[in-house]
Design a protein around this ligand. Structure first.
Ligand SMILES: Nc1ncnc2c1ncn2[C@@H]1O[C@H](COP(=O)(O)OP(=O)(O)OP(=O)(O)O)[C@@H](O)[C@H]1O
Ligand code: NI
Length: 307
């Protein structure tokens, strides 16, 4: 049984435009995915595809104008707001996308200790800092005194010390030098090897492939494919969705072929398949209906024509 299970999740925002006409902006549609213990599932997709919103929905921190449908389950039970309060937030931890999640007025050591589960918070914090190559002096620094790489390691430390069973790392490596990226990624892999279920959110498919077990490909607020890392090779012949194949082929180390067109915006979504306007294989059915999720060769795909 998966530790975290998202089923047919949809999220929209109430918007009031001119003349007080209320409209509903759909940002996530019928999104389905799951993560097992010990597994890293990477969520890849371009900017605005709904990656951070998925993380925020799981953590129950969406803004109040969000409407949610579908279910999110943790260890078999639906994650209601009450269940989240009962768990006191220590089963699911976020490595946030923005350093703004750190308190600028609090020294990093004290901040990380707040998340500690053990009684000996200082000991636990020092062990985690050692593990992530943050020296003794680092605990006395304020967030603004940290380098980019140190900030990332402090953020990861917060998740590690919480001993959370589900860890969601939202874009943990932007703007870091390659050595630090590698280090941050391997520390995320370690979390899974120690038994956590990890969601790695990134727009960098290369990073995702280096540590993940599965890749969930997002497009315009839904999962178009979930494939194992082994399916990413050659010209993408083992992949199931035209968008995943195109993403793979667009990598510099592959054919570097750009995908014509752009991801539709939330206020102008197509009626049928969200990828239809850019798809070379689209038929009349694709412009009429959104394809349901199906299993093809052991992977999940949302395409009428996948074989
Ligand atoms: N509070 C909000 N009200 C209305 N729309 C929102 C709100 N928050 C996010 N959105 C919209 O939802 C969509 C998905 O946003 P999200 O932050 O999840 O994207 P992302 O995949 O994480 O992108 P990035 O790679 O840039 O971090 C975007 O189009 C965004 O503009
Ligand atoms: Ni994001």
């Amino acid at each position: 049984m998966p530790l975290l299970e998202v089923d047919e999740l949809s999220i929209s925002f109430n918007q009031y435009s001119k003349g007080f006409k209320k409209s509903d902006l759909k940002v996530i549609q019928n999104l389905t995915m799951s993560i097992d213990k010990g597994e890293v599932v990477a969520v890849v997709g371009s900017s605005g595809s709904g990656k951070s919103l998925l993380a925020h929905a799981i953590l129950g921190i969406l803004p109040s104008n969000a409407n949610i449908s579908g279910t999110i389950k943790y260890d078999g039970d639906e994650l209601t707001q009450k269940k989240r309060t009962d768990m006191q937030g220590d089963e699911i931890a976020l490595v946030p996308q923005s350093v703004n999640f750190l308190d600028p007025l609090m020294k990093t050591g004290a901040q990380v200790r707040l998340a500690a589960k053990k009684k000996d918070a200082i000991g636990a914090q020092r062990r985690v800092f050692d593990q992530y190559h943050l020296d003794r002096n680092a605990e006395k620094l304020y967030p603004f005194q940290l380098s980019g790489g140190m900030t990332r390691r402090v953020l990861v430390s917060t998740a590690v010390i919480s001993e959370a069973k589900v860890i969601i790392a939202d874009e943990p490596t932007p703007g870091l030098d390659p050595v630090v990226v590698k280090e941050a990624l391997s520390s995320i892999r370690e979390l899974a090897d120690n038994g956590s279920a990890v969601m790695l959110i990134t727009h960098d498919i290369g990073s995702a492939l280096s540590i993940a077990d599965k890749i969930a490909v997002f497009y315009a607020g839904t999962t178009v494919e979930i494939a194992t890392v082994k399916d990413f090779y050659g010209k993408g012949e083992a992949l199931r969705h035209p968008y995943s194949k195109a993403l793979w082929r667009a990598l510099p180390q592959n054919e570097f072929l750009p995908i014509p067109g752009s991801q539709p915006e939330a206020h102008a979504l197509p009626n049928g398949c969200l990828f239809e306007p850019r798809c070379a294989f689209a038929t009349a059915q694709c412009s009429r209906e959104m394809p349901a999720v199906k299993t093809v060769r052991g992977g999940m795909v949302r395409c009428f024509h996948a074989t």
